[in-house]
Design a protein around this ligand. Structure first.
Ligand SMILES: Nc1ncnc2c1ncn2[C@@H]1O[C@H](COP(=O)(O)OP(=O)(O)OP(=O)(O)O)[C@@H](O)[C@H]1O
Length: 713
């Protein structure tokens, strides 16, 4: 028996009846025409108006939530500014050089650390710390946070305890401090037993010889899970030898942080147990919300907050087009290194171990002294490559992100991302390894459409649930051609940004503005969506979509960019399919696909002048020329600003005001290379030098990744 659902609405009932009648006639092979009266026409018009109102309501709702979000951000930045004002007042107080310890601080800086002057907030933090006040320092990666606790540790009596989550980083720190003749040690699951016994005796104060131990690194897990350690720290405190507690990566304390680590919460016990102990928290990334939470958890409500600007002024940011053709992509990279960074020290980050090896071979083939570094290599090979690079016997390291935190070579002149990172946060951290000596250095990202869909399945499977959102932020950074790159990064970190802050240190700000013109691409967008809707029985990957589509008014590269932007703005959607071995990424119409047919919907693209004229008859040769031109230009710094992408797109979707471009940090997975609890022997056995990687093994198909490879995430 057929079942017909009858609408509650009287008008709809008539519509339903009419449709049923029409359908019956149709089944009988008869033509049935619905005779429309004036009233019917009026109803149609009203329906249309209702539809438009519905759309307007959706738009206004989106606008409302966007404004709320914007308002919150402004409130946060007011708070940050307020803090900065407070800090300004504090500067005079903490910048002084007439404290009882000041001459010792000066001497230690120059004689032991061989550093000529302090960077912003270093002296202030050191003075606050030595005054036994609680303090939180937010300073960008490579900013010099370590000095802020290492120097006070040396000039103070007793032992400074540093809680740090990364074994490999701790190892590097201990190694570096020992080279400076400072007694620093680490107590974690990788510490040999006799060393552990030694440390315990020192903490107990039982050593007959006076201990020289100044800095002891512990992992949060060690503190949270070992009662013995807490007992020893109690003893240390009672005998007035517990100088202070340093909490590295302090944002991990907060569950609003991107790297919330439950064991960090245990640190809340310190102020209760050891009320006179001062705490110094260090982080490169933390919003005001996270900081407030941290203050509350660590019970340091009156701590002094110093926030150094995230902006690394000596780093030049740029995005270059990467060819779809493998050998051309290598050629562009080789060209870039040979012409711009000949004999200079740098890192090339690659998406997979295989990519890193291929890139390395290619550079070597062109007589560039390159070495390869990834987690698939033995610890010995990695150490050899690293130390050759440190001694400048190798110029370039081709690496996966296994070559991560703790890389502290001052003269890294360039960091090239041969594929996009999985988030802005990762990109910022990785590129931040350039220019630690404050000299001008370059952070270049080679971007291409295909790489997005190699990363997307992994982002989709990301445990945090924010993987795709983070990836889209990264794509927005790459697609952007009109907003200052540093401004985008600033937005990500909720930083207040002044237009002159960039100081012509990104590709966008060095390019003439006349280069860009605007165009409404709604029609092209609707062609893409119509094409997909007609393809609904047959799944299509984004790469195939670009291959099959012909849009007379656009060249291939523009179509690629448009597709990416439509995905970010939810006009299109990625559709992931799991098979036993792979995750395949298809593309389908998204939530907002229907709006592209509304003539009020505007999808404004920035077009680079040179490509604006090339409209209908774009052919492959022409595109190839553009790619070649890109390569050449990328090799010449003085004309480099003129072009990287054939088309310059800054989508301003007037109709859709809810662009999901909020840049959000999803955390650095390297942090999870931690000292696991006592109950994880398999991890314990792992060499601390080996990072748990976030690497990808190159898939056989660009948008297909084996499930087993996901184990590496
Ligand atoms: N005042 C200074 N002048 C010159 N170099 C400095 C100064 N302070 C620190 N450095 C150097 O800057 C480099 C980065 O310092 P450090 O490793 O402490 O950075 P960080 O803020 O801890 O970065 P990350 O978050 O990446 O660990 C080191 O080589 C350090 O010796």
């Amino acid at each position: 028996m057929d079942c017909v659902v009858v609408s509650d609405d009287e008008n709809d009932v008539f519509d339903d009846l009419e449709l049923i009648t029409a359908a019956e006639h149709f089944e009988q092979g008869q033509n049935y025409s619905i005779n429309k009266t004036n009233e019917d026409n009026e109803i149609d018009a009203i329906d249309l108006e209702i539809l438009e109102i519905d759309e307007e309501i959706v738009r206004l709702r989106q606008k409302r939530s966007q404004l709320i979000e914007q308002k919150q951000k402004l409130k946060d930045s007011i708070k940050i500014n307020h803090q900065s004002t407070l800090n300004t007042n504090l500067i005079d107080q903490w910048q002084r050089t007439d404290f009882s310890w000041s001459s010792k601080v000066e001497k230690t800086r120059t004689e032991i650390f061989k550093i000529n002057s302090f960077r912003q907030w270093q002296l202030e933090t050191i003075n606050v710390t030595l005054s036994n006040h609680d303090c939180i320092l937010i300073m960008p990666t490579g900013g010099g946070k370590s000095l802020c606790y290492q120097l006070p540790a040396i000039v103070s009596d007793g032992i400074t305890i540093v809680v740090s989550p990364l074994l490999s980083l701790v190892e590097d720190q201990v190694f570096a401090l020992k080279n400076l003749n400072i007694d620093a040690r680490a107590l974690n699951s990788a510490t040999p037993r006799d060393e552990q016994t030694d440390i315990m005796r020192i903490l107990d104060g039982k050593d007959t010889i006076e201990s020289t131990l100044k800095i002891l690194y512990l992992t949060p897990e060690k503190i949270a899970k070992s009662k013995t350690i807490m007992a020893k720290l109690q003893k240390l405190y009672e005998t007035n030898r517990f100088t202070r507690l340093i909490v590295d990566e302090v944002h991990c304390v907060s569950q609003f942080g991107h790297d919330f680590r439950p064991d960090y919460k245990y640190l809340s016990i310190f102020k209760r147990q050891f009320p006179k102990l001062s705490i110094l928290g260090l982080t490169a990334t933390a919003t005001i919300k996270v900081i407030n939470d941290v203050k509350q958890i660590l019970k340091i409500p009156n701590c002094i907050l110093f926030r150094a600007p995230f902006n690394r002024k000596n780093l030049f940011y740029e995005v270059l087009h990467k060819s779809d053709v493998g050998k051309d992509a290598f050629h562009e990279l080789v060209n870039c290194i040979q012409h711009r960074f000949d004999q200079q020290s740098g890192i090339v980050y690659c998406l997979s171990q295989k990519d890193a090896e291929e890139v390395c071979r290619e550079l070597q083939r062109h007589c560039i002294k390159a070495g390869c570094y990834h987690a698939g290599l033995s610890a010995l090979s990695r150490t050899q490559v690293h130390s050759k690079w440190l001694r400048n016997q190798l110029h370039v390291i081709c690496a996966t992100i296994a070559f991560g935190m703790g890389i502290d070579k001052p003269d890294v002149r360039f960091v090239i991302h041969h594929s996009l990172s999985k988030s802005i946060e990762n990109f910022y951290q990785e590129s931040g390894r350039a220019g630690r000596d404050d000299k001008q250095s370059y952070c270049i990202l080679f971007f291409r459409f295909g790489d997005v869909f190699r990363l997307a399945p992994m982002a989709f499977s990301d445990k945090s649930g924010n993987g795709l959102k983070n990836l889209y932020s990264m794509i927005s950074y790459c697609l952007n051609e009109s907003l200052c790159r540093r401004k985008l990064i600033a937005k990500y970190f909720d930083e207040v940004w002044q237009s002159h802050d960039c100081n012509q240190m990104c590709d966008i700000c060095t390019r003439p503005s006349t280069y860009i013109s605007k165009r409404n691409c709604r029609e092209e967008a609707s062609i893409i969506i119509d094409y997909l809707q007609n393809h609904d029985k047959q799944r299509i990957t984004p790469l195939k979509l670009v291959e099959q589509l012909t849009i007379k008014t656009m060249i291939k590269i523009d179509i690629q960019r448009l597709i990416l932007q439509l995905i970010i703005d939810e006009y299109l959607k990625e559709d992931f399919h799991f098979t036993s071995y792979t995750t395949v990424c298809y593309v389908i119409p998204g939530l907002k696909a229907k709006y592209v047919h509304n003539e009020n919907c505007e999808i404004i693209l920035d077009m680079i002048e040179s490509t604006k004229k090339r409209s209908s008859n774009t052919n492959k040769i022409e595109e190839k020329q553009i790619v070649k031109k890109t390569t050449m230009i990328s090799a010449l710094p003085e004309i480099r600003p003129k072009l990287k992408w054939a088309t310059n797109i800054d989508l301003k979707v007037k109709f859709d005001l809810s662009k999901k471009r909020t840049l959000e940090y999803d955390g650095d997975d390297d942090l999870h290379n931690e000292d696991q609890s006592e109950n994880t022997p398999s991890l314990k056995r792992r060499s601390p030098a080996i990072s748990q990687t976030d690497e990808i093994i190159t898939p056989s198909h660009p948008s297909v990744i084996d499930d087993e490879e996901l184990d590496f995430l």
